[in-house]
Write a protein that binds this ligand. Sequence first.
Ligand code: SAH
Ligand code: SF4
Ligand code: F3S
Length: 466
Amino acid sequence: MGSSSLIRQAGIFVVRPNKIFVKSYGCQMNVYDSGRMADAMVKSGYAETKDCAEADLIVLNTCHIREKATEKIYSEVGRLKALRKKNPDLKIAVAGCVAQAEGTEIQRRQPAVDIVVGPQAYHRLPDLVAKAGSGTSVADTDFPLRSKFSRLPRNRLPRGQVTAFLTIQEGCDKFCTFCVVPYTRGAEDSRPAAEVVEEANLLVERGARDITLLGQNVNSYNGVGPDGGKRSLADLIVELSKIEALKRIRFTTSHPRDMSQDLIDAFVECDKLMPYLHLPVQSGSDRILRAMNRRHTARQYVDLIRRIRGRRPDIVISGDFIVAFPGETEEDFLQTIELVEEVSYGRSYSFKYSPRPGTPAAALPQIDGDVASERLARLQRLLRKQQQECQRNFVGRTVSVLFERKGRKPGQLVGKSEHLHAVHAQATADCLGQIRKVEIVRSEANSLSGKLVSVREPVGGSPRRR
Ligand code: SAH
Ligand code: SF4
Ligand code: F3S
């Protein structure tokens, strides 16, 4: 009943709070949303659990970006419903972008789902949970006019977590022809600057020292300021950097069209803005970029990277790529390889094109699957090599690491460098949450390892850049 259950424990009945288990798929925004859904349920009396077997409510926060991501959800629900044998009152909710795209179709295909809730309606999760159950299923995939953020409880970042995500902008007006995001997340909308600053202060009070600002097109942020005027992402970063205990600021994901000069300058002018930029390009062929509706050429992108590196030479660039977009010829693909060689990425995410229902490119003639796999393998070989080169460049150098958690080996801690590399080092637990100097001695497959050179945190946390 309500937010608690009567359970039998060692022969006696006890009341315990109901438990919520949330699992995130897809992008960082879903990770942020999952935290906020848990916050909303905790406010209405639930406790959070990391073990789905003891949950009374399981929320799958889903991703619709590629077909595989969507299909995964149906098999996952099929597996989870077996938990009802032990807990017949278990409720299963599907949230996120699959919920938005497929709505009540989900419950038709998988009747074990009790609740379907879209990304703009999840502040209503407690109500939906209260209504669901006893055989009724409920769905809410509205796009409410008023922002959900103002109706959510305060962000309860778990204590001890030093990195945090903070959504500042949602939705997308770009309509790339392959992408579902404009349909699942709706039109672009920026949170007011003061609301963002307030949430950042709260996160910092709870221990966050490294905040990543999130948006589907985060660099098109234009939130309203306290004086009624608009604020750019660069303005917001400057404002946030005034929070003394906040040491590092990052943002993702940016669109090349919205990389304004003030944002590029912020990489030099704002000490707390970290030297790492995720700037997807998708393809190196102008013909394909046009068909994708990316609204820039390969040359414009390469020139932009050159300008950014001109201001901040040590910046690490990462990118997203799609191979075998409809109509992509070997020649187009080779232009992508050329672009990658010219830019040199520190990290990357590359995918085979996946036709998504309702998007314009899905209606075009598709490329053979073997051709796509072969192109992806070739591209990934090059990108992996570049990642290794980027990592090896740091061997022998001393970097600032914010330690986040214990490593797998005894006595080892793991943290992030300013350039977002995972760094392992032998260090005592009192270094957790602290920024320390580490001399890099080795580059591993996806991380660096090194030895601590500073025992105490430098005054002011993250030291000024060279
Ligand atoms: N807003 C970001 C991208 C968000 S989606 C941007 O504009 O770059 C994350 C990545 O998923 C995209 O950059 C793209 O590389 C990939 N992606 C999106 N739709 C896809 C599809 N239909 N098939 C394959 N990859 C896709
Ligand atoms: Fe999708 Fe393009 Fe919008 Fe990125 S900019 S979310 S790829 S439509
Ligand atoms: Fe996936 Fe939705 Fe993010 S489709 S990538 S979870 S915005």
